[in-house]
Design a protein around this ligand. Structure first.
Ligand code: ATP
Length: 814
């Protein structure tokens, strides 16, 4: 609140120091050693009675003598004290500031002096009475306004004693008003009684403790402030007087009070502020004698509050209270020493007068300030409101996010489950394909060996096993299919939920982006799966070709002949050293090669460059069938996904290329081959890979004509190329159990990849070892539907039956 500018005229005055010695209490059995002479002189006798007259005259005693503005003995009442300072109090009604504080050791009578009793009211009460009496008796037409505040400083924290449960208040330095306590309640009062009421209320809230020295020792410094505003209508001016009445906490030496814990800490803080006060008094006293000196007001809250009273615009009275008891000698002398120094302290008093115009302009300024404060508060309120509205929104978004996270987790699981089901179905299809091939060969063999009863029996029993396996596997396949359908339904449901959330939620863009992000993640998983499948197919193909070359070499075909043969077929043999077939001499091992013309693959693979070359139908007619199209190929997939433990096939022969620039099929199993059209058959027979249930994100295979061998009416073309070969010993050779995998490419076309994989000698007990799945990077696929990692091996004991437990493929952990 803006203050009224004071007139320039200032009056320098010194602190009024009054000493009051209380009577000995009933408890105090000691000797009275304080003497007051002439209402001004205070003598403190040496408590040691043994010292005689000679000691005294030779100045060997501890007797001290001081002179003050006023001195009061034990018989004096508070009223007596008040009379001597009443002029200072009355100045408040005339626009002057006044400060009265009691200073003394604990139990010396400070509170008694300031607050007093009913029979002997203290300076606070008497001052208030004076103020109201003066206002009452004022004959002028002036308007008065009296406000009152009451605070305490406890442990260096300021509390409002007029508030029931006051918070911590802070001091602020106002350029015009000086030190102000922010947030301190100021109550308008119209009578002394009301102030006394408030005073009693405040005192009841003050922190007091029973100490060794005083049963009701004040642990805090209390400041009662009475502000009197006087509006002089006839002189067009307003005066503001302020009276601060301070009851300091008891100062004591810790060792004497026998205090501990909190009391000791209180004492330390009290002493700290009293020491700060003493230092200020010292410095202010020296200022007078030696000129300027630094006054450490800022060392405590108390000295900051008392700053005006100690050196500013204030008529100040220090009432030093002492105990007459001989055991209090040191405290008494100490108090008197400071009181003596305080006498030197100078203050500069001036009336706080402003014109009514000034007053009006003050009000104007106040209004402006208040208006700006109001607008600032409104702004703050708006900010808070917006924050409040944001919080639920953020919470909503959080909830939304966790919901979406849950949903995305479900979607991921759903995708993973579908991949696993597809894989399992794929395996099942492949296995049954082999079973059917074997069945066909068994039928052939039975027909051929009709005369050999034993052989026919053995073959028939084997046939029965294979038939059982086929039935079981078909049954399992139906179950997988059902599970895939369920999975797809669940996927649709989840997607619907996401779409609904996007449509219903206000923050559509955010959710949409999130949705896109999640979908991309899922797409990525699917692509990984596709890539793994493609890599596997390429691996299988390379393996089959390597076996083929090994066969050729095993049949005694010379290296040169192999090269010539390869050249004729348009095959480039790249690196013999890559051969890895055990049992053959190094140079005889299968080379690594580029199978440049493999028509049904649509791709060739270069190991060194790790790129695929796509078969380009458009350019094929121009003799540039193999346009190098860099396609991602991750080397690790080749060795990590599937490892085929093939036996070397005993026999195979190469087939010449067909004309028309179209590469020839590369395996001849006896010239019994014909054209088969896909994908209809593939789609029908291999739902695992080309399923209408899988939606567009899964594999679609455009129709493409392929040359395959058709082993027998039993052979299902469902999974691609079926090779029939016969070993020199007449054993059947089953090739290419998994012949086709359609892989979606980036443009949405699905060039069909087909591979011929040599099977073991007889389908019986073929084992496929599953390596680390690339789907999960290192440790195998997490099988959502089985709840385990499929770092597994499929059992195919007793023929190519995939053992199922319930509807699940049984897997064995490594
Ligand atoms: N003038 C007096 N006449 C009669 N008794 C007095 C007088 N002054 C003080 N006393 C008594 O002395 C005791 C201590 O007084 P008081 O509580 O005012 O001391 P204090 O300085 O405020 O102590 P503290 O600093 O510990 O709060 C009280 O019992 C009080 O009644």
């Amino acid at each position: 609140m803006p203050s009224i500018r004071a007139p320039v005229a200032k009056k320098t005055t010194t602190l009024t120091v009054a000493v009051k010695c209380r009577p000995l209490t009933e408890k105090e059995r000691g000797r009275d050693i304080v003497r007051v002479n002439n209402s001004k002189e205070v003598i403190v006798l040496d408590p040691d009675l043994s010292k005689d007259y000679l000691d005294r005259i030779q100045n060997r005693t501890k007797e001290k003598k001081y002179c003050f503005d006023h001195a009061f003995g034990p018989e004096s009442t508070n009223k007596n004290v008040y009379k001597s300072i009443s002029s200072v109090i009355s100045g408040v009604v005339h626009g002057l500031n006044a400060t009265v504080f009691a200073y003394g050791s604990t139990g010396s009578g400070k509170t008694y002096t300031m607050v007093g009793t009913r029979s002997d009211p203290g300076l606070m009460v008497l001052s208030l009475n004076t103020v109201f009496d003066m206002i009452k008796s004022d004959k002028s037409s002036d308007d008065f306004e009296v406000t009152c505040s009451y605070l305490e400083v406890y442990n260096e924290v300021i509390y409002d004693l007029l508030e029931k449960s006051s918070g911590h208040l802070e001091l602020r330095e106002d350029p015009e008003q000086g030190i102000v306590v922010a947030g301190l309640r100021s109550i308008k009062v119209y009578s002394a009684d009301r102030i006394l009421e408030l005073l009693n209320l405040g005192n009841s809230r003050r922190k007091t403790e029973s100490t060794e020295m005083n049963s009701t020792s004040s642990r805090s410094h209390a400041v009662l402030e009475i502000a009197v505003k006087r509006r002089q209508k006839n002189q067009n001016q307003v005066m503001r007087g302020k009276l601060a009445l301070v009851d300091l906490a008891g100062s004591e030496r810790a060792a004497e009070t026998n205090n501990g814990g909190q009391k000791l800490r209180d004492g330390a803080n009290i002493n700290r502020s009293l020491l700060a006060l003493a230092n200020c008094i010292n410095a202010l006293g020296k200022q007078h004698k030696k000129g300027l000196a630094y006054v450490p007001y800022r060392n405590s809250k108390l000295t900051r509050i008392l700053k005006d009273g100690l050196s500013g615009n204030s008529q100040t009275v220090m009432v030093a209270t002492v105990s007459p008891a001989d055991n209090q000698y040191h405290h008494t002398v100490n108090t008197l020493k400071y009181a003596d120094r305080a006498k030197e302290i100078k203050t500069h008093i001036q009336k706080n007068i402003g014109t009514i115009d000034t007053h009006m302009s003050d009000y104007q300024r106040m209004i402006e300030n208040l208006q700006s404060e109001v607008s600032q508060l409104k702004k703050q309120l708006a900010e808070k409101e917006s924050q409040l509205s944001i919080i639920p929104f953020e919470r909503g978004v959080e909830r939304e996010l966790s919901w979406l996270d849950g949903l995305s987790h479900q979607i991921s699981e759903n995708v993973q489950e579908r991949i696993n089901l597809q894989k399992a179905l794929f395996e099942l299809e492949e296995t049954n394909l082999r079973n059917r091939t074997e069945l066909q060969h068994l039928d052939d063999a039975i027909a051929k060996q009709a005369a050999e009863k034993d052989i026919v029996e053995a073959l028939s029993s084997r046939r029965q096993v294979i038939l059982d396996n086929i039935r079981d596997n078909d049954e399992a396949g139906v179950n997988y299919q059902r599970e895939i359908e369920e999975n797809e339904k669940h996927r649709c449901k989840l997607q619907d939920m996401l779409n609904e959330a996007i449509n219903n939620n206000g923050n559509k863009t955010y959710l949409h982006i999130l949705n896109q992000y999640k979908l991309l993640g899922m797409g990525n998983t699917e692509l990984q799966f596709e890539m793994a499948m493609r890599d596997q197919i390429i691996y299988n193909q390379r393996e089959a070709q390597r076996n083929l070359w090994n066969l050729l070499m095993g049949l005694g075909v010379e290296e040169k002949q192999v090269f010539d043969l390869a050249a004729k077929q348009g095959i480039t043999i790249e690196d013999w050293s890559m051969a890895s077939y055990p049992g053959l001499p190094y140079r005889k091992q299968a080379p690594s090669f580029i199978p440049a013309n493999i028509p049904f693959m649509g791709h060739s693979y270069s190991q060194s460059s790790c790129t695929f070359q796509s078969y380009n139908q458009d350019t094929a007619s121009k003799g540039q069938q193999w346009a190098p199209t860099p396609t991602l190929c991750r080397e690790e997939h080749h060795s990590s996904y599937y490892f085929m433990g093939h036996e070397p096939p005993a026999f195979a022969s190469l087939r010449k290329s067909h004309g028309g620039g179209r590469p020839a099929p590369w395996i001849d199993t006896g010239g019994n081959h014909r054209r088969v059209s896909y994908p209809q058959t593939v789609n029908n027979s291999s739902p695992g890979m080309v399923s209408s249930h899988m939606g567009p994100s899964f594999y679609q295979t455009p129709q493409r004509e392929m040359l395959v061998n058709t082993p027998s009416p039993y052979g299902s073309p469902r999974a691609g190329v079926i090779n029939r070969a016969t070993t020199p010993a007449g054993q059947p050779f089953y090739g290419s159990p998994r012949a086709i995998a359609a892989v979606r490419n980036g443009s949405g076309n699905s060039p069909r990849l087909a591979t011929a994989v040599s099977a073991p000698n007889g389908a019986r007990n073929q084992q496929r070892v599953y390596g680390t799945s690339p789907l999960s990077g290192t440790k195998g696929v997490k099988n959502a539907s089985y709840g385990q990692n499929s770092h597994t091996k499929l059992y195919r004991g007793g023929g190519n039956k995939v053992h199922n437990k319930g509807n699940k493929t049984q897997r064995q952990h490594h």
